[in-house]
Design a protein around this ligand. Structure first.
Ligand SMILES: Nc1ncnc2c1ncn2[C@@H]1O[C@H](COP(=O)(O)OP(=O)(O)OP(=O)(O)O)[C@@H](O)[C@H]1O
Ligand code: SF4
Ligand SMILES: [Mg+2]
Length: 341
């Protein structure tokens, strides 16, 4: 079910970096909507624009970034807000959890203090109330022995525990949207599943919407309601997860399916997504950016960029020659790629 005003509506988002004479079109006309309590996975290879597009929403890009388009959060335009205006939304409305909690947490400060500070940064509470809320948050994210761990430093915790602390900090102000940018990538497969289950459970309890940024279509298949596949700064396929994995249309998505991690492969290993390199974002080809790596590419593909349209109800893609029929098994997915690359 979709509400009339989406929690987040991103329209034609573009981000360009002009640095040292090079112009990088990192995000190139991205549009999507996200309703409260839903999970949207943004999937794509390294450099496809997943992080930049999400950081743009929070005003977290360097000044060199040229941002255009629109991103309305509960009807309020986020793009173009001053740093002071943006600070009102950051943390309180939208919070982010990153891949590396070791770097995001302050190594010299007890974790309890860090969470208490996050609580006090957003709400008018006494020291005691903030302390109680911090313990409550640690219990909410199921940190074992939360009270005792309150006084520990980040290095005393495992990677999974540190990620739970990061989630507790992100939830300190009850944000309506949580952006998890590769938040479980550095964890082993079992801990990754535990953290994902935790996020799903918190979503049920708190109604938080989640943007799940990942290389991993398997994660999206299990935990997302909707999936966007990005390539070279654009969305190339967008559909409810239940539909996408039954009826993949883009050859690129089909190729990514071959990269779903297996239990015998550690999740943090860089996966062999497809042969060939993603395009140089400073010199995008005139046609479909995937053409040099696609076994189905024709002259039309090389000359004209396929439009990103809603070809079937709720299912968007950008491809002149979409795949037909059921999704391939993981083993055969790679066969859609050009063999000589
Ligand atoms: N500050 C910057 N200056 C110039 N280019 C940048 C900057 N930040 C990002 N880029 C470029 O923008 C493109 C998109 O980067 P982004 O970090 O969004 O990729 P990603 O999809 O998140 O990749 P990964 O999976 O590796 O995190 C890349 O080509 C990157 O080099
Ligand atoms: S438009 Fe052509 S090159 Fe691009 S993904 Fe589709 S078939 Fe391949
Ligand atoms: Mg990234």
């Amino acid at each position: 079910m979709t509400s009339l005003v989406p929690l987040l509506e991103v329209t034609e988002l573009r981000v360009r970096f002009d640095t040292r004479g090079r112009r990088v079109q990192a995000v190139n006309g991205l549009s999507y909507r996200l309703d409260a309590g839903r999970t949207l996975a943004i999937i794509g290879e390294s450099g496809s624009g997943k992080s930049v597009s999400s950081r743009a929403l929070m005003g977290l890009l360097p000044p060199a970034a040229q941002v255009s388009g629109s991103a309305r959060f509960s009807g309020v335009e986020l793009l173009g807000l001053s740093e002071r205006q943006m600070r009102r939304h950051r943390g309180a409305d939208i919070a982010m959890v990153f891949q590396d909690p070791a770097r995001s947490l302050n190594p010299t400060m007890r974790i309890g203090t860090q969470i208490t500070e996050a609580v006090r940064a957003h709400t008018e509470v006494t020291r005691q109330e903030a302390h109680n809320r911090a313990v409550e948050l640690l219990q909410l994210v199921r940190l074992p022995a939360a009270e005792a761990r309150f006084h520990e430093y980040p290095h005393q915790l495992s990677g999974g525990m540190r990620q739970r602390v990061m989630i507790a900090i992100a939830l300190a102000a009850n944000p309506k949207l949580l952006i998890a940018d590769e938040a479980t990538t550095a964890l082993d497969v079992t801990t990754q599943a535990q953290i994902m289950e935790l996020l799903a459970e918190l979503q049920q309890r708190l109604g938080t919407a989640i943007i799940l940024i990942s290389h991993d279509l398997g994660l999206a298949a299990t935990y997302a309601h909707d999936v966007i596949v990005m390539y070279a700064g654009r969305a190339v396929e967008y559909a409810p997860a239940s539909r996408l994995f039954k009826q993949v249309r883009m050859p690129y998505t089909r190729a990514l399916l071959g990269a779903i991690p297996r239990l015998d492969r550690p999740s943090h290993v860089e996966l062999p997504v497809t042969p060939g390199q993603p395009p140089d974002l400073t010199r995008l080809p005139p046609g479909c950016p995937f053409a040099p790596r696609c076994a189905h590419a024709t002259d039309t593909c090389r000359e004209q960029a396929p439009p990103f349209d809603e070809h079937e109800a709720g299912h968007w893609w950008a491809c002149w020659h979409p795949c037909a029929g059921e999704a391939p098994s993981i083993e055969t997915a790679g066969a859609v790629l050009a063999e000589d690359q």
